[in-house]
Design a protein around this ligand. Structure first.
Ligand SMILES: [Zn+2]
Ligand SMILES: [Zn+2]
Length: 246
């Protein structure tokens, strides 16, 4: 049994690590094509980002592996496979519930980690990326990675979700985590600057967090930032212009 749990933790670590390398590598390649030279001179920073991210893969992978083992071997969790078990409308609702719960947890723990002492201990690693690149998606100190690692493994015990919908949640988590750090906006202007962008977080919003620190703490939605007065609007990637001029 112990061996099976260890194996599951190891397998999940590998999956999270490989998923990171593929997603960040893919967006880094897109950056090279769309914004050539954007990461020029950041080679050493990227090396650190990859190192911290791979350490985070183990921290995310181990609890996920234990829960995955319990799901398969012991019937833990409220993950279901029979799509007819709940009404079909529940599929998108469950995805939204997961994103909203994760966003809420992230907003408050993130804001908390900006308190000076905790910032130094846990969150400074993430902000050492100045500006971040597509490789910074999981560039967290182990303490911070731990606060993120418990979210989905805890939610699967609380909120029923179809295994496919869980896959959608994890994909959104990965894609947004990477693209929010890559240093340019991939979504069309009408979306980011229009009514949708007033509530959804994309790279333009998170960029401003990395520039100004004490604002724009959210993960997927701007709801908490707006409610708590910490939303300072969208960044404009001014450094792109500076680099072009240099
Ligand atoms: Zn960030
Ligand atoms: Zn921060």
């Amino acid at each position: 049994m112990v061996a099976a749990i260890l194996l599951s933790g190891l397998a999940m670590t590998l999956i999270v690590g490989v998923r990171y390398l593929i997603a960040s590598g893919g967006f880094a390649l897109a950056t090279r094509l769309r914004q050539p030279g954007l990461y020029r001179g950041q080679g050493r920073q990227i090396g650190r980002e990859i190192g911290w991210s791979l350490a985070s893969a183990a921290i995310y992978g181990i609890p996920a592996g234990v829960v995955a083992w319990g799901w398969q071997a012991r019937g833990w969790t409220r993950i279901y496979e029979d799509v007819g078990r709940y009404p079909l409308w529940y599929l998108p609702v469950s995805v939204l519930l997961y994103l909203a719960a994760h966003d809420t947890w992230f907003y408050w723990t993130h804001r908390w980690m900006h308190a000076p002492r905790l910032f130094r201990i846990a969150h400074a690693v993430h902000h050492a990326s100045r500006p971040p690149t597509a490789w910074a998606a999981m560039s967290f100190h182990p303490w911070e990675a731990l606060t993120g690692a418990v979210v989905i493994p805890a939610l699967v015990f609380l909120i029923p979700i179809h295994v496919g919908a869980l896959g959608v949640v994890l994909s959104i988590m990965t894609i947004m985590g990477v693209s929010n750090h890559m240093g340019w906006e991939m979504f069309p202007r009408w979306m980011v600057r229009g009514p949708i962008g007033r509530w959804l977080i994309t790279a333009s919003h998170h960029q401003r967090h990395h520039e100004q620190y004490r604002c724009n703490y959210g993960l997927y939605f701007r709801v908490w930032d707006r409610l708590c007065g910490t939303d300072r609007g969208l960044g404009d990637f001014g450094r792109d212009l500076r680099k072009e001029q240099a």
